[in-house]
Design a protein around this ligand. Structure first.
Ligand code: ADP
Ligand code: ZN
Length: 738
């Protein structure tokens, strides 16, 4: 037998090793192995096995680590697809499917939490024979007879009886190795009351029926669940997962980090309590140890439902029945380092590999997913009404050009928004104000000489943060003391221009002195507990006005919030990104979804300097379909996704001269390498031309023949020699174009 092995050392290569006959029995795809490598010994994974006879001279695997494969075979297949699709090295891709702490652990996987129980009692003859042949086994049998059950890790420490001894006994049918069922649980202190499934309304019932129908098929089609905010999508996920559990299968639910609040975790835990199923939670604040614990719980089948962020798509759930991607349009599902995967697309592929149902949920589906649904690649299920037929909030678009004229300068709050807040505060209702930029003001400008404070290392202006009297670069974190005089001309007329959440907070505090006001952005929420405390207080009604960035825009459910203000809706429209309109539409719709989720009808004020922009107008009418039709035409005309696919190449170097030279050269060669399979453009500085002293250049590849373009590009990347000072990264289906 020959094993193809990928090693932990960064080499994009598969090596062949002979499998010694003694190991052949339990060697599997995904097994962790030790192999000779040069003069060293290194760890690796078996990625393929073949029954070929090893060529003479082929080196052998020296050791198999662990009882069961470390990586599930289906995840090896997924990693392989990912490496191929995202043009990443296979071993980088394999590393991605395992948490670091598990990968680095020298311990045999799972063993420290495994226990051994007696299966059958050895008779006297057997014992006597064992004493001669394998004295350790005999000792182990006697010990087990006395104790009934033991922790393997402890027998190793106390009695020097290793896991191998127990495994030998297990093979002879005398003992059984089992997972132990108590472990630390990050949510252990919380007390949940079991929740029962709700009676579904007609739309929900038909969506659930369609999902369960797919679940029964050998090749389920992904279901796009397009449901307005508050239409009860989560309840559908819960009931679909319950169906899986009944069939003995497991589930993975992906949510954006922001949505992974105790509120939503609680909903899952309390529902599955009645199924006696433990829910594993994978968020990015877990310590390495906690993460490894959760991983083992899942791998050993002790937690069958997983809820987590992006990388939870690789959770080692066996017998996976369903994958849910909530808020599937969220950009945080895209990983920004190699492999630059999109968790939604990986989920679809994993579903395909494991014949699991896939549900993509959103109130504002991405153009990509809706396009796939229209083409019949995904099944489409629509929830058009809010549960209990609550009305969608009224959207007021405030023309700020007008307001600026009246106020002789752009005001932070328009008169209409101000009046709206006053009347809500009088009724003891709550308000959320939203602006997607932290800090006090977005730039520091001298009114006399025109000097603008720029980051010395990046090509962006510094943001003024009043709280610490500092100017910060939001890209690299560079920080400088704020100045009161212009460093160029010495004039004192230095101005802080543009808006940030700090300034909103300050203005609102001045305008509504008796209201309790809190700000929520990554500056005030440096600790996870701060986030929970603030949300808790807001829920209890202790806070009247919550000011924040996108942190407050999504997923939160507060029945007493009746007014939402969007301070500056145009901000994202001016980004040099073909998805700018889509982002603004999504944002306004999501923000609007925060208003009026209780008994009182909600209203939304959208302040804008381009009030007639299509994103704003369609959002005002809650018209997703109209927006889609309008936008898809624009994408088709310019050959952007989803009509065509794109790949972005980013060249970086400390030397601008070198990078611009290489880019021009690469562009020329790429055009001929792609040979008409794609359109190549760019070769120019990226929108953000410099970050942390690295000059950045882009080449954009657009194609209608993705597979061909990718394979031609792969060949190009293999053969093209880059000088050391220039690095190149490849992003297939990029989400960030800056
Ligand atoms: P979404 O995920 O679409 O935003 P949720 O699933 O959070 O919506 O549902 C919004 C609220 O409606 C929740 O409080 C939920 O418990 C409730 N809800 C959902 N479905 C039903 C139903 N069929 N009957 C009664 N209440 C429901
Ligand atoms: Zn910087």
């Amino acid at each position: 037998m020959v094993a193809h092995v990928v090693t932990d050392i960064a080499l994009d290569k598969v090596f062949d090793y002979a499998v010694p006959t003694g190991m052949a029995g339990d060697m599997a795809v995904g097994s962790r192995v030790k192999v000779p490598f040069g003069r060293r010994e290194v760890l690796g994974y078996v990625v393929e096995l073949s029954s070929d006879k090893p060529l003479s001279g082929l080196k052998s695997i020296t050791e198999k680590v662990g009882r069961e494969p470390l990586i599930l075979p289906s995840l090896v297949a997924l990693a392989k697809w990912m490496a191929d699709y995202y043009l990443a090295p296979f071993e980088t891709s394999l590393k991605t499917v395992l948490p670091n702490a598990v990968r680095k652990s020298k311990k045999e996987f799972g063993i420290e939490r495994l226990c051994v129980v007696q299966r059958a009692e050895a008779n006297e003859e057997e014992l006597a024979a064992a004493k001669k042949r394998a004295p350790k086994q005999a000792e182990a049998l006697l010990l087990l007879k006395k104790e009934g059950s033991l922790f393997i890790a402890e027998t190793e420490k106390k009695f020097r009886i290793s896991a191998a001894v127990w495994r030998a006994l297990e093979k002879r049918g005398l003992a059984e190795i089992r997972a132990q069922h108590h472990e630390r649980d990050p949510f252990a202190q919380a007390i949940f009351t079991p929740s029962l499934p709700l009676d579904l309304n007609e739309e929900q019932a038909s969506a659930l029926a369609s999902i369960t129908e797919e679940m029964g098929k050998p090749h389920p089609k992904p279901v796009l669940l397009y449901g307005v905010t508050g239409s009860g999508k989560t309840e559908i996920y819960l009931q679909a997962i319950a169906k899986c559990l009944e069939q003995g299968k497991g589930a993975i639910v992906l949510v954006p980090e922001i949505a992974l609040t105790p509120q939503s975790v609680e909903r899952f835990k309390s529902r599955f309590m009645s199924y006696n199923v433990s829910v594993a939670v994978l968020h990015s604040h877990l310590s390495d140890g906690e993460r490894a614990d959760e991983w083992r719980r899942i791998r050993e089948g002790r937690a069958r439902v997983v809820i987590g962020v992006r990388s939870a798509v690789f959770a080692p759930v066996r017998q996976l029945g369903i994958l849910v991607v909530d808020e599937e349009h969220e950009t945080s599902y895209k990983q920004q380092e190699a492999p630059r995967y999109h968790a939604r697309d990986v989920a679809v592929m994993r579903g395909h590999i494991e014949s699991a149902a896939v549900v993509l949920g959103s109130a504002t589906p991405s153009m990509e997913s809706f396009f796939n649904a229209k083409k019949g690649k995904y099944a489409l299920e629509t929830l058009a009404c809010r549960v209990d037929s609550q009305k969608m909030p009224v959207m007021h678009i405030v023309d700020m050009r007008h307001e600026a004229m009246k106020a002789k300068g752009p005001p932070v709050l328009s008169r209409r928004l101000y009046d709206g807040i006053i009347s809500r505060l009088e009724k003891k209702e709550q308000v959320m104000l939203f602006l997607n930029r932290r800090g006090f003001s977005s730039s520091v400008i001298c009114m006399k000489c025109g000097y603008v404070a720029l980051c010395p290392r990046c090509s962006v202006s510094l943001t003024y943060h009043r709280q610490h009297e500092k100017m910060l670069c939001h890209l690299c974190g560079h920080s400088a003391k704020a100045f009161s005089k212009c460093p160029e001309c010495g004039d004192e007329g230095i101005r802080f221009a543009g808006l940030g959440t700090e300034k909103i907070e300050q203005t609102v505090c001045r305008l509504f002195p008796r209201a309790c006001i809190r700000r929520m952005d990554s500056d005030t929420m440096t600790k996870k507990s701060a986030y929970e405390t603030t949300l808790g207080e807001f829920k209890l009604g202790k806070i009247d006005i919550l000011v924040g960035t996108q942190m407050i825009a999504k997923g939160l459910h507060f029945p007493n919030v009746t007014l939402v203000g969007v301070i500056y809706a145009d901000m994202a429209l001016h980004m040099p990104d073909f998805r700018a309109s889509e982002r603004v539409f999504q944002l306004l719709t999501q923000v609007a979804g925060r208003a009026g989720r209780g008994d009182v009808e909600g209203e939304v004020f959208v302040q804008s300097y381009t009030p007639f922009h299509s994103s704003i107008q369609f959002a005002k009418r809650h018209d997703y379909d109209g927006f889609y039709e309008d936008e898809i035409e624009f994408r088709a005309q310019l050959g952007y996704p989803p009509c065509r696919r794109i790949i972005l190449l980013l060249f970086k170097s400390r030397s601008e001269e070198k990078v611009s030279f290489i880019v021009a050269d690469a562009l020329k060669h790429l055009v001929s390498a792609l040979d008409g399979a794609a359109e190549v453009s760019g070769g120019v500085p990226a929108p953000i031309a410099k970050i942390e002293d690295f000059y950045r250049y882009h080449i954009l590849i657009k194609t209608a023949r993705m597979a061909e373009a990718r394979s031609r590009l792969r060949a190009f990347l293999k053969s093209y020699k880059m000088p050391e000072e220039v690095s190149l990264s490849v992003d297939v289906d990029p989400v960030y174009l800056m």
